[in-house]
Design a protein around this ligand. Structure first.
Ligand code: HEM
Length: 341
């Protein structure tokens, strides 16, 4: 029996080696974190698009008054239904149902704020194939206010220039360095964006440099005129995740660029794309306009392992931004306890 166990163990080690690192079946000794993990695994297996949504939620919750679950609220006593979800800069935010399901499983054992950062961490782990992993502790309290206007005043817009981004991230606001700005922007290797978030890159007087084939391919699949007809379709943030036809039209060959062609992976492909001007947002492209940030783009393009590790560190810092108005452990992530019946 002992021999059989050793043989099975060796086989597992060999398989793990052959398939590369794997995030499958990670186990936490902490009961809450383990429940979160299992639900995130299930949710991503059922609908892979919730993975990027959960990673983005960490940024959008923690950036506004710290990690207090305020982004999850549908209404509050002070803001009515005009909560952060209604902010323009929160367009496309998703993953709320996954958080609700997890909340049902963990009940009063964890705040919604804790659930949200744990879920984002597990999503990053799974989407990176186990290459991005970090530990977090619980204890965050949930906030009881959530304002759309405050979120729009605090979250960066995709049309920001470099100075605006630096200021938004910097010491006067969130305490993040330019290096961390460049590191965290790499999250745009996954997920999708609405046409309204990159329309400024397709037409008009203020088009910032963008590869002409990539631009033409985007115009073809999402003509800017659709916006005037009330339509706002989405495309993948990363040309790597687009259809083969799109990639051909955009002259985007992941292999030639040195990018892993596997779709949906959270990795350093963003840096390859940005340096080719095959990137969606102005806020991505402007990182090229600052010499220090541009040097970091090059560094992370050439060193995937360094980016994985720096991204994990920056996510820890993000997930630990103190909850300025954290007050309670909510019964439902969508309502304050005062409004929960
Ligand atoms: C640097 C400033 C940033 C700006 C201006 C920005 C802007 C945006 C915009 C406009 C979208 C598309 C929204 C839509 O149209 O649906 C988006 C998507 C996304 N962002 Fe950012 N973002 C920034 C930083 C970050 C950070 C720090 C993270 C995470 C650490 C992040 C993670 C994501 C993810 C994962 C998506 C795809 C979401 C999905 O598919 O559901 N972003 N971002």
């Amino acid at each position: 029996m002992a021999k059989l166990n050793t043989t099975v163990l060796s086989l597992c080690v060999v398989l793990a080696f052959l398939t590369g690192q794997s995030a499958a079946g990670r186990y936490y000794a902490d009961k809450v974190q383990d429940k979160v993990r299992k639900e995130v695994e299930k949710a991503i297996a059922y609908n892979p698009s919730v993975g990027p949504a959960l990673v983005r939620l960490v940024f959008h919750d923690c950036w506004v008054n710290g990690c207090d679950g305020s982004v999850l609220l549908d209404k509050t006593p002070t803001d009515g239904t005009n909560t952060e979800k209604k902010a323009v800069n929160n367009i496309g935010l998703a993953g709320f149902e996954v958080i609700d399901t997890i909340k049902q499983k963990v009940g009063g054992d964890a705040s919604c704020a804790d659930i949200l950062v744990f879920a984002g961490r597990d999503a990053a782990d799974i989407l990176s194939g186990g290459k991005i992993f970090y530990t977090l502790t619980g204890g965050r309290k949930d906030g009881v206010s959530s304002s759309a206007a405050a979120a729009d005043a605090t979250l960066p817009s995709s049309t920001f220039d470099f100075n605006q981004l630096q200021n938004n991230f910097g010491a006067a606001n969130h305490g993040f360095t330019v290096e961390e700005l460049v590191v965290l922007s790499g999250a745009h290797s996954i997920g999708v964006a609405h046409l309204s978030s990159y329309q400024d890159r397709l037409a008009g007087a203020d088009v910032t440099p963008i590869d002409s084939d990539y631009q033409a391919a985007l115009v073809k699949v999402t003509p800017p005129g659709l916006l005037t007809q009330g339509q706002d379709p989405t495309v993948p943030n990363n040309a790597r995740d687009a259809s083969s036809a799109f990639q051909k039209a955009a002259a985007y060959d992941p292999v030639k660029l040195g990018v892993n062609p596997t779709r949906g992976v959270l990795d350093n492909s963003y840096y390859h794309n940005t340096l080719e001007n095959k990137v969606l947002f102005k806020s991505d492209w402007v990182l090229r306009t600052d010499s220090f940030a541009a040097g970091k783009l090059e560094e992370y393009k050439n060193n995937a392992t360094e980016w994985n590790s720096d991204f994990a560190d920056a996510m820890v810092k993000l997930s630990n931004l103190p909850a300025l108005q954290g007050k309670e452990i909510r019964k439902s992530c969508r309502f304050t306890n005062q409004q929960y019946y």
